[in-house]
Ligand binder design. Structure first.
Ligand SMILES: [Zn+2]
Length: 244
C-alpha cells in the first residue's frame, strides 16, 4: 500500500528537494499534512484513500505546503547577531576573518592582513555595503561564466537585501541576489547562481529544471543540503550593540 501511495505522491510532482514520507493512519478520515522542524513533510493518509485522491489532494494543497515549508525553514534559521568589537568573526567566501576596529582609513571597510578592518567611524551599514559591492563584482563574474554553459545571455546582476531569499528573477529578466550570499563558499555561491540562471529557461521547479540543474552541477543535491545548513547561520545584518 505504501509503495502505491509513494508513487501517488510522486505523481503530484512536488519540488524534488522536498523530503516527505507517507504514513497510513487507519483512524484518520482526511489527509493530514505536517512539516517537521527539519523540513520533512509527513503526509498522514486515511487507510482507504486511493492513489488518485492522494495525488489530487497534494496538488490542491501545493501552495499551502510551499508556504509551510518556507515558514519552517525560516523558523529553523539561526542567524547570528554581531558585536562590532575587535575579534568578532565574519565570513567572506567561506573563509573566516576577525574584526579589527581601526582609526580612520580611506576605506571604511577592508580586508587586510587576515583581518576585516572596520574604521572606528563606520558600522554595520558599511560592512553590509562592503559585502554588497564585493558580491556585485563576484556574482557578476560568476553569472557571466555560467551563462554561456547554461545557454542563456548573461542577465543584468543586482545585489541587495532579499530578506529570506538567496535570489530571484525580475520581470525584465535581471537576476537579483542577497548581499549575504557573498559570505558563502564559492561552490555554494555557484549553486545560487546556477539555480537562478536555469530559471531563466525553466520557471518552475519541475523535472526539466532538475535535469538542467544536474547537468550544470552533478553534485547539486549535496550542495543544496550544504546551502540549507550554511544558509541558516549566515549573518543577515543583525547587530547586538550599536558601535557608538
Ligand atoms: Zn527556484
Amino acid at each position: 500500500m505504501t509503495h502505491v501511495l509513494d508513487t501517488a505522491v510522486r505523481e503530484a510532482a512536488l519540488p524534488r528537494h522536498w523530503a516527505w514520507r507517507v504514513e497510513v493512519r487507519p483512524r484518520r478520515r482526511t489527509l493530514g499534512l505536517d512539516v517537521l522542524p527539519d523540513g520533512m513533510i509527513v503526509i498522514a493518509v486515511p487507510a482507504r484513500i486511493t492513489p488518485a485522491e492522494l495525488t489530487n489532494a497534494l496538488q490542491d494543497r501545493r501552495l499551502w505546503l510551499a508556504k509551510a515549508v518556507r515558514r519552517r525553514a525560516e523558523l529553523a534559521a539561526d542567524h547570528p547577531a554581531k558585536d562590532l568589537v575587535d575579534g568578532e568573526g565574519f565570513t567572506y567566501l567561506g573563509r573566516h576573518y576577525r574584526l579589527l576596529r581601526v582609526a580612520e582609513q580611506t576605506m571604511p571597510v577592508r580586508l587586510h592582513g587576515g583581518w576585516l578592518q572596520l574604521s572606528k567611524q563606520a558600522g554595520g551599514p558599511e560592512i553590509i555595503e562592503w559585502y554588497r559591492t564585493r558580491g556585485q563584482a563576484w556574482l557578476t563574474e560568476r553569472v557571466r561564466s555560467w551563462a554561456g554553459r547554461i545557454g542563456v545571455a548573461p542577465p543584468q546582476v543586482i545585489v541587495r537585501d532579499l530578506a529570506t531569499r538567496w535570489g530571484l528573477r525580475t520581470r525584465d529578466g535581471s537576476v537579483v541576489f542577497h548581499w549575504a550570499t557573498i559570505q558563502l563558499p564559492p561552490d555554494l555561491l555557484d549553486l545560487v547562481v546556477v539555480h537562478e540562471l536555469v530559471h531563466l529557461v525553466v520557471s518552475r521547479h519541475d523535472d526539466e529544471f532538475r535535469r538542467r540543474l544536474t547537468i550544470a552541477l552533478p553534485d547539486v543535491a549535496d550542495l543544496e543540503s550544504r546551502l540549507a545548513d550554511a544558509g541558516r547561520r549566515v549573518w543577515i545584518g543583525d547587530l547586538r550593540a550599536t558601535p557608538f
